[in-house]
Design a protein around this ligand. Sequence first.
Ligand code: UD1
Ligand code: CA
Length: 417
Amino acid sequence: MDNIKAVILAAGLGTRMKSDIPKVLHPAGSGTMLGEIVGSLKEAGIKDIVVVVGYGAGLVRDAFAGEGLCFVEQKELLGSGDALKCAVEAMGDLTGHVLVTCGDTPLITADTYKRLIRGHAEGNASCTLLTCGMEDPSSYGRIVRDERGNIRKIVEEKDAADEEKKIREVNAGTYGFRGAELREFIRDIEINAKKKEFYLTDMADILARNGKKVLSEPCPPDEALGVNSRKDLAVVNRILNQRVIERLMGSGVTIIDPATTYIDKSAVIEKDTTILPCTVIKPGVTIASGCRIGPFARLRPGTTLSRGVEIGNFVELCRTEIGENTKVKHHTYLGDTVVGSNVNIGAGTITANYDGEKKARTVIKDRAFIGVGVILIAPVEIGREARVGAGSVVTKNRNVPDGETVVGIPARPLKKS
Ligand code: UD1
Ligand code: CA
């Protein structure tokens, strides 16, 4: 999509978050709220993205350096209308359309952005508002329509008359504008007497009064949620997680308890794998089919499981590959480890992969058997079909040859009688 530019309004203070961190940098999904929004806009095919920054501007710029975004600073936080004016002044050519969205609505999907753009273009409108029916509309601007159903204006809660407060249709804070008209009419926004702010929402009234076409496009209610507090943030994260889980269940993964299972959207999990409750699966983890994970397992980035692997309770894996049909069932930490197939890792096994300065690798080959309570000090290799006795400590570089049994601290070959 070449004739469309996007503006994300992200300068606000986020007072109700009660935080020193800019609101848009709070965690959502795999990254931050702003990251989710940028990701969805890019997925919708928008390449030209302007972010209006203000509070904590430096932090936001640093967090998104190298992402190809253009930053515009709003020096004084004079409201959403002023924020967009700053962007419009800094943007060159505005012959196409401008999609404006808020930095605190991270649930809007690429599909919805695409639908808004399509509706805006096909409706030949000056402005198209993303709107939605809300059970509790109290923290949103209401869409006021005339008797023929045409949009007249948006009225904020603080300025709404009692009748207007009853309106359930709200402004999701995302808009399509025709660039040239945006530039022409944004100057007409006047300061709101009560809030001493310039409201972007006044554009609807201004355009309608000037005989311009203002349309709406429906937004699914679970996408419109704007994050104003930590409570809203928790709801957003639950919904983002739910989306990942529903997609995985749809592709044949069994998830016993979606409410206590946390899976990053970039994780790849094949069908007929079962995820038991209270399991956390981080970015980039890949799990083949027929595995059984959890309960209470934590799979961190760089973890790859082959088919038929069983990972049990209180097991943490980090940068670790596990071969087919291997079992790691209880109270174990494996980091920077390559484990072969049909290996059994006993309860309480720990790889000591970090010596305080650098990380080192552990290799455990096919059909090895590691007893309970073993410590493997990396770098070290355990050979094929080798056995390590319960409670042993295998010290670094003391590789165990194929078929050997070692025991003790430090582990030594078992004397044959
Ligand atoms: C805004 C809308 C409201 C809509 C809701 C949707 C206005 C006046 N109201 O209300 O109709 O229902 O979003 O979530 O726009 N911002 C700046 N600079 C500023 C002030 C705000 O960049 O000076 C940014 C904020 O970072 C935020 C966005 O604009 O991303 C909206 O501001 P916010 O204060 O959250 O507005 P709401 O009261 O939620
Ligand atoms: Ca908001």
